[in-house]
Each structure stands twice: as structure tokens, then as C-alpha cells.
Design a binder for this molecule. Structure first.
Ligand SMILES: *Cc1c(COP(=O)(O)O)cnc(C)c1O
Length: 399
């Protein structure tokens, strides 16, 4: 804080100047506080990192230019050629292709398992495994991993559990409380909340002892940096040189989103529950994926882990690709768009968009049949959303 400002100002500057060469050398070496260059750190972004770390009860955070950048720096910070990462299926399409294409090029193998089946995850651990990756609620798989059981497994095998909590946010669950070492967010979604900026973050929960983990370089750093070892590794080696820094103006927008997150999520979740309930009793809908529905196989787990608030993303199946397109085209107020967590209700057809690069059988194994529609339920009046979906189902029936 400089002038008693209540809101964090935007430090719209690339570099920070110093009075002497000695002072600058001290800041560069971390011997004196300060910033050097916005690719490395920036006061607005630092304010966001502190807020996110506090929200997850973590030891610190690194904000990035996008959610994918947070996943990339985390994976590249942990993994080397020859290593394996165990990952849930039914997760975000960008994460699937990052794990397959980019890690694959580096000879790092991503092993896909059913993340909601802890026994299956345990059985897939090999001496090469270096991390376990899941989403709190699979997007679009809509499955809920048993975080405490995975946390116990990770502790037993001395592996960091990495949890992408984008669709739940710290408002619904703090994965660190269940043993996650690192929490990932795409802040582009509910945290920003208004669909007006792209960003991401990785938070170290302090639950993993980096001095004793299977990562030699990070263990060496832990002697100096203690609990900050992984974040120091990202800041001084990985993220710094990948250049995945957020723009200060985006960090500013994320800070504003965090201010209203509890209020917005309350309505998002209420609206999602009402829509899921209405769709689940409509015989034109073959299946509704929403862990907050009593009929969901993940209902009990979502009650326990998220205090009964199972997020605001749901999926529905309408029987065929043609019906899915007809339904999406018939919606009047919901928008056809790729984002989620905005104020408006958004729908997307995952098979023809996010997952279009995969063969049909591959898509099915990733939990994406051709008639699946993903909905991010917005803040509109609940009955208006129901009316819109109802009339679109009537139109889709004619296909
Ligand atoms: C959107 C999303 C990402 C990627 O975030 P971007 O900010 O779009 O790069 C990662 N994980 C999940 C669960 C997401 O929904």
C-alpha cells in the first residue's frame, strides 16, 4: 500500500528502476524487497497472489497468464523426461491435450485413470509416477474424486496431489484441507466471474514436504526456501523463463472478481440446482450430469466435500448429435460460448469443439458422447433459465 488505497492499483509498467547499481543487484538477488520486471513479478499481481494464497490457506501462490499456463508451469516444474503423471479422465480438454501432446513430446507419460476410483489410481502408481492430477469436479466428466482418500494415497506414496479447483473455487472447497499439495485455478472462470479476462494460478498449500519429495532440484531449494521451495522453483526457473506472466490489468480484474465471489456463487449454485432438478425429471433428457442431484453417484461425496454446493456446471444428454445441435440453436437467452463461470448462462457442445480433435471412441473414453451438452449456469432469474431450456427441448424433439 502506498497512499492508503482501498483497492489495489494497476501497476501498468514493464520495469522498475533503482537509484543505484547496488540496490538493483540486491533486488535481483532477492536480498532486498522489490520488483524488477513484470514478467518476474508485479505489485498488482502480487496483491492477487496474496489473496489467492489466503483464500486456499496456502503458503503462497503464483499467478499466470491463463489456467493452462498454471497447469503448464506446474507440470514442467515437477516432471522430467521418463517421468509419469497419473491423471483423471473426464477433465478439461486443454489439460488432456497438454498432457498428451506437450508432455508427450518431452517423453513424459500421462496415464489416464478414473480419478473418482481411488483404488484404480492406487493401482496405476509406478516407480516413475511423480504426481497425481485431478479436478474437484471433472469438466465435463462431472465426476467427483474422493479427495481425502487421494490425499492419503499421495501422502503414503510421497507424491504431490495436484487439484484443479477451477469449477469449485475456494468458496466451495479448499483442496489443501484434504491433502492436495498444489491447487490450480483458471481465474478466467468463476474467480473473474464476468468473462472479461484470462488468468490462472497455482497455490502451494504447504501440505507437501518438498525437502523429502522425489524432486532433487526442489529438495535442494527447500534447504533455503523451506515451504516456498516449489514456488521459488517456479519463480526463479520455470515460470520466469516460460514468460507465462499475467498482465497487471488482468490481475486487477481478478481481484475485483474475488470480492464478489461468495455472493455470485450462492446464486450460481442455486440456479444450477434448480435447472438440474428440472432437467432430471424431463423425459426428453436422457441423462443429467450434476453431482448435486440426489440420483448422482457422486451426490454423497459432493455433500461431504463441498457442503452440498456442487458447483454451477452441469451436462445433459438429449439422444443424438442432431438433437443436441437443435437444442443449442433453439436457446434464446443462453449464449453459445466456450467459457464458463460468467454471469450469463453459457452452453457448448464439447464433442464438436473442445474435444473435436479426438476420434469418437477416444472422446467416449474421455466422457464426451456426441449428444452431450455442457451448461455453465449463470445469474439470470432462475425461472427464465428454466423456460428457455424447456422451449429448446421442445424444438429439439422435432429432430
Ligand atoms: C478453463 C479451464 C482451464 C484452462 O483455463 P484457461 O484460463 O482457459 O487457460 C483449466 N481447467 C479447467 C477445469 C477449466 O475449466
Amino acid at each position: 500500500m502506498i497512499l492508503g488505497e482501498v483497492e489495489a492499483p494497476i501497476f501498468q509498467t514493464a520495469a522498475f528502476g533503482y537509484a543505484s547499481a547496488e540496490e538493483m543487484a540486491d533486488v535481483f538477488a532477492g536480498r532486498a524487497p522489490g520488483h524488477v520486471y513484470t514478467r518476474l513479478s508485479n505489485p498488482t499481481t502480487l496483491a492477487l497472489e496474496r489473496r489467492l494464497a489466503a483464500a486456499e490457506n496456502g503458503v503462497g501462490a503464483l499467478a499466470t497468464s491463463s489456467g493452462m499456463a498454471a497447469i503448464a508451469v506446474t507440470a514442467l516444474g515437477l516432471l522430467r523426461p521418463g517421468d509419469e503423471i497419473l491423471t483423471a479422465k473426464g477433465i478439461f480438454g486443454g489439460s488432456v491435450s497438454f498432457f498428451r501432446n506437450i508432455l508427450g513430446r518431452l517423453n513424459i507419460r500421462a496415464v489416464f485413470v478414473d480419478g473418482s476410483d481411488t483404488a484404480q489410481v492406487a493401482a496405476a502408481v509406478t516407480p516413475k509416477t511423480r504426481a497425481i492430477f485431478v479436478e474437484t469436479i471433472g469438466n465435463p466428466g462431472m465426476d467427483v474424486p474422493d479427495l481425502p482418500a487421494l490425499g492419503a494415497l499421495a501422502r503414503e506414496r510421497n507424491l504431490p496431489l495436484v487439484v484443479d479447483s477451477t469449477v469449485t473455487t475456494p468458496e466451495l472447497v479448499k483442496p489443501g484441507q484434504h491433502g492436495a499439495a498444489l491447487v490450480i485455478h483458471s481465474t478466467s472462470k468463476f474467480i473473474n466471474g464476468h468473462g472479461i479476462a484470462i488468468g490462472g494460478a497455482v497455490i502451494d498449500t504447504g501440505k507437501f514436504d518438498w525437502s523429502r519429495g522425489p524432486f532433487e532440484d526442489i529438495a535442494a531449494l527447500a534447504r533455503r526456501a523451506g515451504a516456498y521451495a516449489f514456488l521459488a522453483h517456479l519463480r526463479t526457473v520455470i515460470a520466469r523463463d516460460l514468460g507465462a506472466c499475467p498482465a497487471p490489468g488482468s490481475s486487477f480484474l481478478m481481484l475485483h472478481g474475488l470480492d464478489t465471489l461468495p455472493l455470485r456463487l450462492k446464486t450460481h449454485v442455486e440456479n444450477a440446482r434448480a435447472l438440474a432438478q428440472a432437467l432430471s425429471t424431463d423425459r426428453r433428457v436422457l441423462d443429467v450430469g450434476y453431482p448435486g442431484l440426489p440420483g448422482s453417484p457422486y451426490f454423497e461425496r459432493a455433500q461431504r466435500l463441498f457442503g452440498g454446493r456442487a458447483g454451477a456446471i452441469l451436462t445433459l444428454r438429449v439422444g443424438s448429435l442432431a438433437k443436441a445441435f437443435a437444442f443449442i440453436n433453439a436457446l434464446k437467452s443462453a449464449r453459445r460460448a466456450a467459457n464458463l463461470g460468467e454471469t450469463r448462462t453459457l452452453v457448448i457442445h464439447p464433442a464438436s469443439t473442445i474435444f473435436r480433435e479426438y476420434a469418437p471412441a477416444d472422446r467416449l473414453s474421455l466422457g464426451v458422447p456426441d449428444d452431450l451438452i455442457r451448461v455453465s449456469v449463470g445469474l439470470e432469474d432462475s425461472s427464465a433459465i428454466l423456460t428457455d431450456f424447456e422451449q429448446a427441448l421442445t424444438v429439439a424433439q422435432k429432430e
